[in-house]
Design a protein around this ligand. Structure first.
Ligand SMILES: Nc1ncnc2c1ncn2[C@@H]1O[C@H](COP(=O)(O)OP(=O)(O)OP(=O)(O)O)[C@@H](O)[C@H]1O
Ligand SMILES: [Mg+2]
Length: 182
């Protein structure tokens, strides 16, 4: 049973779907939540076994990463920003947001980043095959997994509002977790 007074939220999705943009907006709007860039922790705390040139990404040392993250999530209030979600233990997480983007839009966003062709295609396939959505559903109770569209700015604003409302409700429902007042 969780004794957190703030929820932990995962924002996941294929690269380019808008995780970081959403997390930054959320952290701005909700002072009790902070943006935890898992990529940044992997880099800063060296939770990796080197750089994979082919995939242009770190080879993550999952045990080390989990040890680092455990300190972050213990008191709640984290918005975990990562392109995967099956690593985080169920008991840590209260909501999993899976961002989805239309493949034409995603193609344009990733092209703008000058991704190598192989990486671009791999990411488009991942999005089309709903890999992250399936991973989220396989790793957590379906009731805590929400799929949100992230094609346009208006959708992003609506998503942020929706998550903000969810957080408010979560806090209402978990008021009993607050330390006793005297
Ligand atoms: N809903 C949206 N409407 C308009 N633009 C968006 C939306 N979501 C993301 N973008 C734009 O797409 C680009 C990629 O977004 P962002 O960097 O947040 O993605 P990401 O999921 O964090 O990617 P990565 O996994 O590579 O870190 C940014 O230029 C961002 O402004
Ligand atoms: Mg990002």
């Amino acid at each position: 049973m969780s004794t957190r007074t703030n929820p932990n939220i995962v924002v996941t999705g294929t690269p380019g779907t808008g995780k970081t943009t959403h997390c930054e907006l959320l952290a701005e709007r909700i002072p009790s939540l902070r943006h935890v860039s898992v990529n940044q922790i992997v880099k800063d705390k060296e939770c990796h076994e080197g750089w994979d040139d082919e995939f242009q990404s770190w080879i993550v040392d999952e045990d080390k990463l989990l040890d680092e993250l455990e300190k972050e999530v213990a008191d709640g209030g984290c918005i975990l920003d990562w392109h995967a979600c099956d690593l985080f233990p169920q008991r840590w997480i209260d909501l999993v947001v899976v961002l989805r983007t239309d493949s034409t839009t995603l193609y344009d966003r990733l092209t703008a980043r000058n991704y190598p062709e192989a990486k671009l295609q791999e990411n488009l396939d991942t999005e089309i095959m709903e890999v992250l959505l399936q991973e989220a559903k396989d790793s957590y109770d379906e009731e805590i997994v929400v799929e949100l569209r992230s094609d346009e700015t208006e959708e992003m604003d609506a998503n942020v509002e929706r998550i903000e409302a969810w957080v408010k409700q979560w806090k209402e429902d978990h008021r009993g977790n607050a330390p006793a007042q005297n």
